[in-house]
Design a binder for this molecule. Structure first.
Ligand SMILES: [Zn+2]
Length: 309
């Protein structure tokens, strides 16, 4: 059964590992061979910039990762750049959709033209922060009472005008609540339930409910430390899906692995090639139709609302 995965950091590995290759490099969780094996029909590739990189060099790093997306990912046979959501329905059986996202706006500083350039290059989802503070908002590791900044409103306005999906997964609590009423299209691309795993990267029940009420979806993340602990199991990941489904409705849940951004993995879910094991675990507690929804259909329905340009 086909899967749409809303988050991976393969571009970071493709730009940092020596002689990296997207086709079947085993150091990369999300390589093309594994996408095929795991039946990942569309994969979001995040542009993630390490906050330790000096701010004045970060935009150059964004361009390096976009270049890696073109030279490594899109040059591989069968990979198709999704710049219009309607393309998701038009992929041939052997084709895999590749979608760009920006994981945090630190690299644009306070320069909206840099964000415009990134959007012009085909980025379809934008997170306002990673875990740090930037000119836009405060990330998950910041004081939970500090929120969206004035420049952040300008950023959201541009994202809304372009029908870009705003990703809240890395925001701290106040930034989340500030962004919620302003965002036209909103999603949590890789977050779990805080009720089951008390981590600032996870959503409280109140956040999950409000997000979905505002039209958003929640994509669960495979990182053990956001599930429970180092040796978290597939079944415990399904607990998160079940908790969120009971809270907001299973039709608003999807998947966002975070592969290549995580140093430890769940047993049986070590890379994209093992993704079908998760669907199997979901089938124990959900109907075939519900699992189909979680795997891909819920997101396809979601993007039908997000008009394209
Ligand atoms: Zn992340």
């Amino acid at each position: 059964m086909n899967i749409i995965d809303l988050h991976c950091d393969a571009l970071l590995k493709l730009t940092t590992l020596e002689a990296a290759s997207f086709a079947e490099d085993v150091r990369i969780h999300v390589n093309q061979k594994r996408l095929q094996l795991g039946q990942i029909k569309a994969q979001v590739f995040a542009i993630f910039i390490d906050p330790d990189i000096p701010r004045n060099q970060q935009f150059l790093e964004v361009m390096r990762q976009m270049e890696a997306f073109h030279t490594h990912v899109l040059q591989t046979e069968g990979m198709v750049h999704i710049t219009d959501w309607a393309q998701l329905e038009q992929l041939a059986p052997h084709e895999i959709g590749a979608i760009l996202s920006l994981e945090g706006c630190s690299a644009i500083g306070e320069d909206i033209t840099k964000l415009t350039a990134v959007l012009d290059a085909g980025v379809k989802l934008v997170g306002l922060t990673w875990n740090e503070e930037n000119a836009v908002a405060h990330g998950a590791e910041q004081d939970a009472s500090l929120g969206l900044k004035p420049f952040g409103k300008e950023v959201i306005q541009l994202l809304n005008e372009r029908d870009i999906i705003i990703d809240v997964s890395h925001l701290n609590e106040q930034s989340f609540w500030d962004v919620l009423p302003l965002a036209k299209h909103i999603i949590a691309s890789h977050s779990n339930a805080r009720a089951l795993c008390d981590h600032p990267r996870n959503l409280t029940d109140a956040q999950a409910k409000a997000l979905v009420k505002q039209g958003g979806h929640i994509h669960v993340v495979y990182y053990p430390l956001f599930i429970s602990e180092q040796d978290a199991t597939l079944d415990q990941l399904v607990d998160h899906v079940e908790h969120l489904a009971n809270l907001v409705g299973v039709e608003h849940i999807g998947l966002g692995s975070d592969f290549d951004g995580i140093g430890v993995t769940v047993k049986g879910l070590a890379h994209a090639g093992e993704a079908q094991n998760l669907l199997e675990a979901l089938r124990v507690r959900f109907s075939a139709e519900e699992v189909h929804g979680i795997a891909s259909q819920n997101f396809k329905r979601y993007v039908k609302k997000a008009a394209t340009r």
